[in-house]
Design a protein around this ligand. Structure first.
Ligand SMILES: Nc1ncnc2c1ncn2[C@@H]1O[C@H](COP(=O)(O)OP(=O)(O)O)[C@@H](O)[C@H]1O
Ligand SMILES: [Mg+2]
Length: 394
C-alpha cells in the first residue's frame, strides 16, 4: 500500500505532501489544485514505467497541455531550471525522481535528472544523469548501467531484483492513473479517447470490467451495491451476440416483464456514474490505488454523500478492494467521512491569492470540531461558511 507522496514544482503545487490512508479525500474549490495533485501522481506512474511523455500522460488521464505547462510557472520559483520532484513511499520502499522538461518539441520525453530507491533505510539505487548504480540491501553493487537521459531506471530494477521491495513498489506505481468518468463514454455514445487498460480514464472498457467482476465471483456484491444506490435497478448484465460487441443491459425492477432491458444510453447520468464507480471498485484489474477525480460528478448531493459513505465502508472492511484517492468539490461528501479512523484522511486544497501556490492542508476531526461556529454544525455548512480552512468567495 502506498503511504506517502510528495509533490514539488508541478503546476501550481510547489510543495505538497499526501499521507495516504485506505481512503484519502481531497476537497476544495474549483482551481485549488486538486486535479494537479492527481496529475503529479499519474506522472509518477509514467516515471516508474520508465518513460514520461505526453502520450503516456494522457493514457493515465492527465489533461492535455504543452510540456512547458507541467512544471510550475509560478514566479516564486523562477530560477529557470524548473524540475519536477516527486517522491513516494510504501511500507518498505521509497522512490524519488527528479524530472526535467523536454525541449521545445511536444513529442519529446521528460529527462530523468536523478532517481533513488530506498528499501527500509538502505539506499539501493542511485541515478544521476546517465550514470546509475543498483545495489542489493547489503551494499553490494549489482550493476552500474549507462542510461539514456529520457529513460527511467525503475523497469531495470524489476528485471534485476524482481522480488525486492523496490520492484514491488514499481509494479504498484506503474498502474497509477486518474479516472475522470465522462457521461457520453458511460452512455456508450462516445468511445474513451484513451483506451487504457484496465479501463480508460473516462470510463471506457466498462463492459469488459463487468465481465471480469462476474468471473471473479463478486457480481452479487457489485449488483447489491448498485441496486442499493439506485433503488429501481435490479440487475446489470453483459449481453453478448456473435454479430455485435458485448453491451451492458440494465433491468428496471418496476417495468413490466417483457419490455426488455435498458441500454446504457437510456439510463440517467447518475445511474451510469454510480455503476461506473462501483465497477472500478469491484473490478479485480483496478489499480491497487484507485484515483477518481470529481467523484461527486453527476450525482445529487444525497446520492453523492451516500456513495461516499459506502465507498468508505467497503474499503475499510474489505482488504481485497483498492486503496482510494478521491477528489470532490461537494461539501456534502464530508458528512460521511469518519475522521476518527486513522485509515481515513482528508485534505483541503486551497490556492494562495497572492502567490498562486496550491496547498494541501490535512484536516483532522479535531480541527473540524474546533471550527466555527460550533461542533454541531454539519461539516458541509462548516465548509461553506469558511470554518473548514478558507473557502474564497467567488
Ligand atoms: N504550470 C503551471 N504553473 C502554475 N499554475 C498552473 C500551471 N498549470 C496550471 N496552473 C493553475 O493551476 C490551477 C489549479 O488547477 P486544478 O488542478 O485544475 O484545480 P482543481 O482541480 O482544484 O479545480 C489552475 O487554475 C491553473 O491556472
Ligand atoms: Mg479539477
Amino acid at each position: 500500500m502506498l503511504r506517502k507522496i510528495n509533490i514539488h514544482g508541478f503546476k501550481g503545487v510547489m510543495d505538497a505532501t499526501l499521507e495516504l490512508g485506505r481512503l484519502t479525500a481531497i476537497v476544495g474549490p474549483v482551481g485549488s489544485g486538486k486535479t494537479s495533485c492527481l496529475e503529479a501522481v499519474a506522472m509518477l506512474g509514467c516515471a516508474a514505467q520508465g518513460q514520461v511523455d505526453l502520450g503516456m500522460l494522457m493514457l493515465r488521464g492527465v489533461r492535455i497541455g504543452a510540456p512547458a505547462r507541467y512544471p510550475t510557472a509560478l514566479a516564486v520559483e523562477s530560477d529557470g531550471s524548473r524540475p519536477i520532484t516527486l517522491e513516494v513511499s510504501s511500507d518498505w520502499a521509497s522512490y524519488h525522481v527528479n524530472l526535467t522538461m523536454p525541449a521545445e518539441d511536444d513529442r519529446a520525453r521528460w529527462g530523468f535528472a536523478k532517481e533513488t530507491f530506498h528499501e527500509d533505510t538502505r539506499h539501493v539505487v542511485d541515478r544521476s544523469g546517465r550514470t546509475a548504480e543498483i545495489r542489493n540491501p547489503s551494499g553490494e553493487v549489482l550493476l552500474s548501467p549507462k542510461l539514456d537521459s529520457d529513460h527511467g531506471i525503475a523497469s531495470l530494477i524489476k528485471g534485476l531484483r524482481g522480488d525486492s521491495q523496490s520492484a514491488a513498489l514499481v509494479r504498484e506505481l506503474e498502474k497509477l492513473m486518474i479516472f475522470s468518468l465522462d457521461t457520453p463514454v458511460q452512455a456508450g455514445t462516445l468511445k474513451d479517447p484513451w483506451p487504457s487498460s484496465p479501463m480508460g480514464p473516462q470510463g471506457g472498457g466498462r463492459t469488459q470490467a463487468i465481465e471480469r467482476i462476474r468471473r471473479s465471483g463478486v457480481m452479487a456484491r457489485f449488483e447489491k451495491e448498485v441496486s442499493q444506490a439506485i433503488v429501481w435497478l435490479d440487475s446489470v448484465a453483459v449481453e453478448a451476440s456473435p454479430q455485435a460487441e458485448p453491451t451492458l443491459r440494465f433491468q428496471d425492477r418496476q417495468m413490466a416483464p417483457g419490455v426488455g432491458k435498458l441500454s446504457a444510453g437510456e439510463l440517467s447520468e447518475g445511474a451510469l456514474y454510480v455503476t461506473a464507480l462501483l465497477t472500478l471498485l469491484f473490478d479485480p484489474a483496478t489499480p491497487p490505488l484507485l484515483i477518481v477525480d470529481n467523484v461527486d460528478h453527476a450525482l445529487n448531493p444525497k446520492l453523492a454523500s451516500y456513495l461516499f459513505g459506502r465507498l468508505q465502508e467497503i474499503v475499510l472492511s474489505d482488504p481485497q478492494r483498492p486503496q482510494l484517492l478521491l477528489t470532490s468539490r461537494h461539501p456534502y461528501v464530508l458528512e460521511k467521512l469518519d475522521l476518527t479512523d486513522e485509515r481515513v484522511r482528508l485534505y483541503y486544497a486551497s490556492r494562495d491569492r497572492l502567490s498562486g501556490v496550491a496547498r494541501l492542508t490535512p484536516v483532522k476531526d479535531a480541527c473540524i470540531q474546533e471550527g466555527q461556529p460550533g461542533p454541531d454544525m454539519p461539516r458541509a455548512r462548516l465548509w461553506l461558511s469558511g470554518g473548514l480552512a478558507g473557502v474564497p468567495s467567488p
